[in-house]
Ligand binder design. Structure first.
Ligand SMILES: Nc1ncnc2c1ncn2[C@@H]1O[C@H](COP(=O)(O)OP(=O)(O)OP(=O)(O)O)[C@@H](O)[C@H]1O
Ligand SMILES: [Mg+2]
Length: 207
């Protein structure tokens, strides 16, 4: 098993994660690089089922603790059934969100505290990403982009205060794990964000 293949993408809503991953997938295809592209919460059946519960707009009153545990449960299922087996097959795993999302959203934005998040995610802590591309977008920029998009899920309905806290939370994660983070300026046009992310991944892989 080649080491250092677990790459995660983090950032608030509309930071460009999903677009960036799709472009990196195209680049990997052209370069004949073996990869798996996946996302959290989800990536495998049970975790996708949990995702539906978490994002359902009818579940707007969900307790923060319940939300944090559901994310951790989905993470565990995805880690054991998809991430670790793919790494063992020597594939690069590109994952849209992972533990740092829980630090930012449940730990800081929902106010549950870092300690509690790290405790309930202790399984995932045995498998930290090797590289985390953090697309750093100012909350007001993100909110402006979000206002142009359809409100599709429970988290899209949050206020500027929530997005400020998410931003703060990501910076807490960065402080906690400075060695695996690469910060990309996400306030730029999407094309520049994509190019910066591609460059960072290629540099990391030594390609
Ligand atoms: N740098 C950017 N400039 C302008 N618009 C952007 C930028 N990045 C993302 N967007 C817009 O934000 C929307 C969501 O993009 P994308 O799905 O890639 O973000 P995301 O980080 O995956 O969001 P989410 O966390 O909600 O899944 C799209 O409409 C996209 O065009
Ligand atoms: Mg996305």
């Amino acid at each position: 098993m080649r080491e250092k293949n677990f790459i995660t993408f983090e950032g608030g809503e509309c930071s460009g994660k999903t677009t960036v991953i799709a472009e990196i997938v195209k680049m990997f295809d052209e370069l004949n690089i073996n990869y798996v592209s996946t996302r959290e919460p989800g990536g495998v059946k049970i975790a996708e089922d949990i995702r539906k519960v978490i994002l359902n707009v009818d579940n707007v009153g969900m307790e923060p603790e319940c939300e944090a545990l559901l994310y951790a449960a989905a993470r565990m299922e995805h880690l054991n059934k998809k991430v670790i087996p793919s790494l063992k097959e020597g594939k690069i795993v590109l994952c849209d969100r992972y533990l740092d999302s829980s630090i930012a959203y449940q730990g800081v934005a929902r106010g549950l505290g870092l300690e509690n998040i790290l405790k309930i995610n202790s399984f995932a802590l045995d498998h930290l990403p090797d590289l985390t591309i953090f697309i750093d977008v100012k909350p007001e920029v993100a909110l402006k982009r979000l206002s142009l998009r359809d409100k599709t899920d429970r988290l899209d309905l949050e206020t500027i205060d929530f997005h400020n806290k998410v931003y703060e939370g990501y910076h807490e994660a960065l402080k906690l794990y400075p060695d695996r983070f690469v910060v990309i300026d996400g306030n730029q046009p999407l094309n520049d964000v994509v190019n910066d992310c591609k460059k960072a991944v290629l540099k990391y892989l030594g390609v």
